[in-house]
Design a protein around this ligand. Structure first.
Ligand code: ADP
Length: 264
């Protein structure tokens, strides 16, 4: 009974390599982990799966270019005329011995790096300047970050001094058999109908870096398959879930339609 209950609460994730073992080893050794890979290839789902499977609380932060150290650490807020300290998600994770996942960490402001450095080496310390607190992370605390090396923005690369503090795993799109199983399971569409979608994805991904900034993600395939499972035609589903999200250029959109015609 317990096993059934536990499984029901663990988000589905199909491993592609030894990433689950690596995650557990990183956690056991108190090491931070960096997940590299294109958008929509399963990084977030992987972290959600591992946190649930290990029975650990997870604090996820979607980083953006306005996100500062204070957003992660916390701030004094005015409450009923008095100021009160409110922990940010990183501080909460450290206090609770939880997992903190910084999605797209390179997007965050530079001052975030200053906070992460003492937390990601053997000091495992979070300095809260505003309150004068110095928290030592308990053994359960784990920092996981992700970034997409595909975005060729020189200003937004992770500096070696930061990346060399993390164990790292490269994520790519799953192999066709795995991806077919994943998309079928997520969308409810049969594997037989998902297989051509995955084949199409292979062709589209071969174009990335040329006409397309990035290939079609597993996430978009799940969207397309979900629309098809709901009764939408292949053409309409692919227009909304693949062509439009990938490009604004009419020529490229037409090239994608031609590619679709070779598969369907
Ligand atoms: P990322 O964080 O890399 O941008 P996500 O983790 O949000 O991507 O993945 C997008 C979607 O792709 C998920 O919601 C899930 O449906 C699906 N997915 C991708 N890879 C896997 C996998 N290996 N196992 C299960 N689902 C996956």
């Amino acid at each position: 009974m317990n096993a059934i209950l536990r499984d029901a609460t663990v988000p589905f994730y199909k491993p592609v390599g030894n990433e689950c073992e690596l995650f557990e080893a990183a956690s056991a050794n108190g090491l931070p982990l960096l997940l590299k890979g294109p958008t929509g290839c399963g990084k977030t789902r992987f972290v959600e799966h591992m946190a649930a499977r290990m029975g650990r609380k997870l604090h996820t932060v979607a980083c953006h270019d306005d996100l500062s150290a204070a957003d992660l650490i916390g701030r004094f807020l005015l409450k009923g005329g008095a100021t009160e300290w409110v922990d940010g998600p990183l501080t909460r994770a450290v206090r609770e011995g939880a997992i903190c996942y910084l999605d797209e960490v390179v997007e965050a402001r530079k001052d975030v790096t200053v906070v992460l450095h003492p937390l990601t080496d053997n000091r495992r310390t979070l300095m809260i300047d505003r309150t004068g607190e110095e928290l030592i992370a308990p053994p359960g605390f784990m920092l996981v970050a992700s970034y997409n090396p595909g975005y060729q923005n020189i200003l937004k690369r992770l500096k070696p001094s930061t990346r060399q503090r993390f164990l790292s795993i490269s994520f790519t799109f799953p192999d066709p058999v795995t991806e077919t199983a994943v998309v079928a399971r997520e969308s409810g569409l049969s594997e037989a109908r998902v297989a051509p979608l995955v084949r199409l994805a292979g062709h589209v991904r071969a174009l990335s870096g040329m006409d397309l900034e990035e290939g079609v993600s597993t996430r978009l395939l799940v969207y397309a398959a979900s629309l098809m499972a709901g009764g939408m035609t292949v053409e309409q589903a692919l227009e909304a879930a693949v062509i439009e999200p990938l490009t604004d250029e009419p020529d490229v959109a037409q090239a994608l339609r031609d590619l679709i015609a070779t598969v369907y």
